[in-house]
Design a protein around this ligand. Structure first.
Ligand SMILES: Cc1cc2nc3c(=O)[nH]c(=O)nc-3n(C[C@H](O)[C@H](O)[C@H](O)COP(=O)(O)O)c2cc1C
Ligand code: SF4
Ligand code: SF4
Length: 263
């Protein structure tokens, strides 16, 4: 789809801000206070920086819907102190309760937070998938343990010992994989930048979860199992053909921590 970008010269005050921020160098200002020229709009990454930054609303962009742009209120930002306290509070709290579902509204807020993370060249190709069906979660947990047991044969005695312990905990009725989370949020992407993009999205999501009083844990055992399993088995079980780059177990914690340890 071809892109048309135009600058209204009657309202433009030639401040040059759009030219300074455009990452693709499409909006150019040859001299200070000069007119803005549009060069090669087909390389536009649709990041929206030009419309976000323009103080006079002078830019029209055929691929960007004006109703999607909103005024920012910087007075609503948390203070550095408040934000730092959030970083202190965000822990992988494993006191999650399998029998307590997470409200759909909270999951929607967590997924929305993930969408505001940066993506390489603004590809916006990170997708989130929420699974809270108990039977399916149990199948996933068993798949992880079974896959690690087989993969462990090539990983040495320490790994074998660790994976045997997972099975013992599971056989005793525990959940050593999802740590009793009641939901699983997958971060998937089909681009070469999937790993960093998904994990930046993950971090946004984890901070939103924390302020909502929901605990999350990054699923390392699951990630390792997925990388050691047959791609078709993974696609069937997780119901996605995209690469799974991060998995988040989510649950309502039984308690929160009264302290944090300095790092
Ligand atoms: C993994 C990754 C790689 C990136 N690499 C570059 C880069 O090499 N040069 C650059 O100018 N921006 C880079 N970016 C920034 C993205 O283009 C930017 O995040 C995206 O356009 C969205 O804009 P925003 O961060 O303002 O939301 C990268 C972002 C990510 C997540
Ligand atoms: S949307 Fe981004 S890349 Fe496209 S013209 Fe505007 S600032 Fe440049
Ligand atoms: S940011 Fe807006 S007002 Fe400033 S030069 Fe660009 S189009 Fe003109």
């Amino acid at each position: 789809m071809s892109i048309t970008i135009s600058v209204h010269s009657d309202t433009c005050i030639r401040c040059g801000r759009c030219a300074v921020v455009c990452p693709a160098n499409i909006l150019q200002q040859k001299e200070k206070k000069g007119d803005i020229t549009v060069v090669g709009p087909r390389t536009c990454i649709r990041c929206g920086h030009c419309l976000d930054v323009c103080p006079t609303g002078s830019i029209e962009h055929s691929a960007l819907e004006p109703s999607k742009f909103h005024v920012l209120d910087y007075t609503k930002l948390p203070t550095a102190e408040q934000l730092m306290e959030l970083f202190h509070a965000r822990r992988s709290n494993r006191s999650m309760q399998a029998d307590r579902p997470i409200p759909a509204e909270a999951i929607a807020q967590i997924e929305e937070a993930a969408r505001y993370a940066p993506t390489a060249a603004n590809n916006l190709k990170v997708h989130t998938h929420y699974i809270d069906d108990r039977a399916r979660l149990d199948r996933i947990i068993d798949f992880v343990i079974d896959t690690l047991t087989v993969a462990g044969e090539k990983m040495g005695v320490m790994a074998q010992f660790e994976f045997r312990h997972l099975r013992q905990v599971r056989q005793a009725g525990g959940d050593p994989i999802m740590r009793n989370g009641s939901g699983l949020l997958l971060f998937t992407s089909d681009t070469a930048w999937g790993e960093p993009d998904c994990n930046l999205a993950y971090q946004n999501a984890s901070l939103m979860a924390e302020v909502l009083g929901i605990s999350q844990v990054w699923m390392g055992y699951m990630y390792t199992a997925i990388r050691n399993a047959d791609a078709e088995v993974v696609a069937d079980l997780f119901e996605t053909k995209e690469k799974i780059c991060a998995c988040m177990s989510l649950g309502i914690p039984a308690f929160r921590y009264p302290r944090y340890m300095e790092r």
